[in-house]
Design a protein around this ligand. Structure first.
Ligand code: AMP
Ligand code: MG
Length: 360
């Protein structure tokens, strides 16, 4: 399949190209497009065939539900059977924006779009290109992140072209995504919102609006007895090709441990890389060094995360040792992605000595 590429900016969307992209989606085709979080791989949310094509293009298991993107507040009512007060309050405060809400679906949305669940994930993105495209496509675009299944999400057009060229009808190149991390997913089917995936909006922001919230144990990597809320939560995500190991503890201990580990890997002929911050990058002695940004700028770190993971792939890294980034606001979201990319593989260094313990 020949993939058409349309280049534009958020400031000056190419309306003619967007109309064409909308028509492709209305006719059952697929278009990748930029949002404020990451690039999405869009198809008509009401067309089961389109959703099946999305799963095929990503190579994604079809029980991993898609997010339905809307561009008008009222459209929320067109695809759900019950909108709770909690949902309305959050929508009023945080939409358009990087919040996805899980609600009971109605018959307008086929179960092929929701991975067989009777709930639907809904998001109203804030970017202009995304909004114009959703309207041009008829109002409801089902879109997961526009990456091959299991791989780091795409935050720049070059990433999307790398993963999706030849697999979909069109890619809208709208430059780099502003946030660079996927939306916060909140289950609002009950009174207390439950965070299923941390994102740009933190738990405390949600608490400010609703007064309370809880976090699904799966987010923290805890095993649960019951079935997962979302089938997607059981898959390993965001993974670079290399094995990724997180190293946590006092800064100096982390630096010397990583220096020791990279030296060992290199001695064995294994191509090693380090993911760190601007502040510490000069302290690493071995391997490929990737600074994600300054610890004083969480947004910068969030913005570079997926790009850096993809750069390690391009460089052929075989093992990556990464610092942890439990920063105040976006830390939960950043660490959630890193934990999943690492398969929860972390070395914890103690305060007093550098004895390590590995947690799986
Ligand atoms: P992505 O494909 O990266 O955009 O992520 C979409 C994610 O949204 C899925 O992996 C699920 O975790 C989540 N999701 C979508 N629909 C639902 C739903 N009905 N219930 C719970 N989670 C959902
Ligand atoms: Mg994804």
């Amino acid at each position: 399949m020949k993939t058409e590429i349309a280049v534009m900016t958020e400031e000056e969307p190419d309306i003619e190209a967007i109309e064409k992209a909308g028509e492709i989606i209305r006719n059952g085709g697929l278009v990748a497009f930029p949002t404020e979080t990451v690039y999405g791989l869009g198809g008509d949310a009401k067309n089961a065939g389109s959703s099946r094509k999305i799963y095929a293009a990503k190579g994604r298991p079809s029980d991993n539900p898609l997010i339905v993107h809307i561009a008008r507040m009222d459209d929320l009512y067109g695809i759900t059977s019950e909108v709770t007060e909690t949902a309305e309050k959050l929508a009023k405060e945080l939409w358009p924006g990087p919040l996805t809400m899980i609600l009971k679906k109605n018959d307008e949305i086929p179960s092929a779009t929701t991975g067989g669940l009777d709930t639907v994930a809904v998001r109203f993105p804030s970017g202009r290109i995304a909004q114009e495209l959703i309207k041009a496509a008829g109002g409801f675009i089902a879109a997961p992140s526009a990456n091959l299944s299991g791989r780091p999400s795409t935050t720049r057009a070059a990433h999307v072209i790398h993963d999706m060229d030849g697999r979909i009808d069109m890619i809208i190149d709208g430059g780099d995504c502003k946030i660079g991390l996927e939306s916060t997913i909140v289950d609002v089917t009950g009174d207390v919102p439950v965070i299923l995936r941390p994102g740009f909006y933190s738990g405390s922001r949600i608490e400010e609006i609703i007064g309370k919230f809880s976090v699904d144990p799966v987010v923290k990597g805890e095993k649960t007895d019951g079935p997962p809320k979302a089938p997607g939560m059981k898959y390993r995500h965001y993974a670079p090709k290399a094995e990724l190991i997180l190293v946590e503890g006092p800064q100096n201990a982390v630096i010397s441990k990583i220096n020791e580990l990279t030296a060992e890997s290199i001695a064995k002929g294994v191509k090693a890389a380090v993911i760190c911050s601007e502040e510490t990058k000069d302290m690493y002695k071995n391997g490929l060094i990737y600074a994600m940004g300054s610890r004083n700028s969480e947004e910068e770190i969030a913005h570079s995360l997926f790009d850096v993971l993809r750069q390690t792939d391009d460089a052929g890294a075989e093992i990556i040792y990464s610092e942890t980034f439990d920063t105040p606001l976006l830390g939960k979201a950043i660490m959630n992605r890193l934990f999943k990319a690492a398969g929860f593989n972390m070395i914890r260094l103690q305060e007093e000595n550098t004895n390590d313990s590995t947690r799986m």
